[in-house]
Design a protein around this ligand. Structure first.
Ligand SMILES: *Cc1c(COP(=O)(O)O)cnc(C)c1O
Length: 399
């Protein structure tokens, strides 16, 4: 009988019963260790033989132990992957994907709605390594994209939906185009976190997720994961991961694993709340546009409906003002939304998006109007709506 992923997620990585007492804890213990001990030299040599044959046996702390393995299994289950590499942040997981795939002289196609720090990776490291990036429009058709492919292009880097305007990309079409040209497709899947969206099942080769967001889910962990299906690609990534010395602490792995268990119920509530807030904001005189892919008017709605299993708590709104001071007054008047980056925790957050950041998003359509991104948390939706209403009022945006 095939079980729903929510059920499997709760029963993945369950600790084994103690052979002597027949008792086991519910949760995987937090195994903190910097190194392991071998019983004798024959065990030592045996471990390396079995590792070489592909078994997951730790021989040093950097590779993690039970806690890490249970988390890797849960993320593989969500993403539909075979190998999951943990990294100390989402950005580290992105860098791992790039550094696994590029060599000097290579070229990469990157969507222009990409998470901002990827441009930093480009400017600070990739350019220095002689790797060239070309940014493409998220709505580019096959012919437009094909025209950007060069003989030295190695992969397409997508993010769907984007994390400011939620631009949806046609991942199956991108995968087909990439594979026709012997390229790989890498997708930042932080928005979907493996539960709302499964790029590997839609044809992508690598899925990257910031576990900092919904996977850990409580704003108390920084972590990233890079997930692949193909064993040869996993072997390449393993070597790069090893060379970079990437590792995460057992306590953080334990917190992320705890978060993953409840992610489906949290996401369902984030979505319910965000939809109610979005419906309140649509048609408010102070709001020019609401960006949320689950709204039928959103440009990404058709692809979202086809490829996603739900939406999350992230939405943006274009305020009906071009004045920085008015936007600041709105943000400052909010009482239930913390002003801050990031998202995916239980709490509501607001961030005022800088026009300079919107400038490189080709799907941005509201000129000099100010964009505010909200993460709708798990508070009561009516309270969040009342807070937004009074803040619009205070900012003079209701007139
Ligand atoms: C937050 C985020 C990241 C980076 O995660 P960190 O853990 O903060 O480094 C990457 N991609 C997207 C889409 C994000 O929102």
């Amino acid at each position: 009988m095939s079980q729903h992923i929510t059920t499997k997620l709760l029963h993945t990585g369950t600790p084994a019963f103690d052979a002597d007492t027949g008792v086991a804890p519910v949760n995987v213990p937090t195994v903190r260790t910097s190194t392991v001990r071998f019983a004798n030299t024959s065990a030592y040599y045996d471990v390396f033989k079995r590792k070489k044959a592909g078994e997951r046996i730790p021989s040093y702390g950097r590779q993690g132990m039970d806690t890490h393995h249970a988390l890797q299994d849960a993320i593989n289950l969500l993403e539909g992957g075979n190998a999951c590499f943990l990294a100390p942040s989402g950005v580290a997981a992105i860098s791992l994907a790039f550094l696994t795939l590029v060599s000097p002289g290579d070229h990469v196609l990157v969507v222009d709605s990409v998470y901002g720090p990827v441009r930093k990776l480009d400017e600070s490291l990739l350019q220095r390594l002689g790797v060239q990036l070309t940014y493409y429009r998220p709505d580019a058709d096959q012919a437009a994209l094909a025209a950007l492919i060069q003989p030295n292009t190695r992969f397409i880097y997508a993010e769907s939906p984007g994390s400011l305007l939620f631009e949806m990309q046609d991942i199956p079409a991108l995968a087909q185009l990439a594979h026709q040209h012997q390229l790989l497709l890498v997708v930042d899947n932080t928005w979907g976190s493996g539960y709302l969206y499964r790029p590997l099942q839609l044809g992508a080769d690598i899925s990257v997720v910031a576990a900092t967001k919904y996977l850990a889910g409580h704003s108390d962990v920084m972590m990233g994961a890079t997930v692949v299906r193909d064993p040869a690609l996993a072997a390449r990534m393993h070597d790069t991961h090893y060379a970079l010395g990437l590792t995460v602490g057992a306590d953080d792995a334990s917190l992320a694993l705890r978060g993953v268990r409840t992610m489906p119920v949290r996401l369902a509530q984030h979505q319910r709340n965000a939809m109610q807030v979005a419906q309140f904001l649509v048609g408010q005189p102070g709001v020019k546009r609401v960006w949320y892919p689950a709204l039928p008017d959103d440009p990404g709605y058709a692809l979202w409906k086809r490829d996603c299993f739900g939406a999350n708590g992230l939405l943006s709104l274009t305020l009906n003002t071009t004045e920085h001071a008015v936007a600041c007054r709105f943000v400052d008047a909010l009482t239930l939304f913390g002003i801050g980056f990031s998202w995916g925790g239980y709490e509501s957050l607001v961030s005022l998006v800088e026009p300079s950041e919107l400038a490189w998003h080709s799907m941005w359509r509201d000129g000099n109007h100010r964009l505010v991104r909200l993460h709708i948390g798990l508070e009561d939706a009516d309270d969040l709506i009342a807070d937004l209403n009074q803040a619009l009022n205070t900012a003079g945006l209701l007139a």
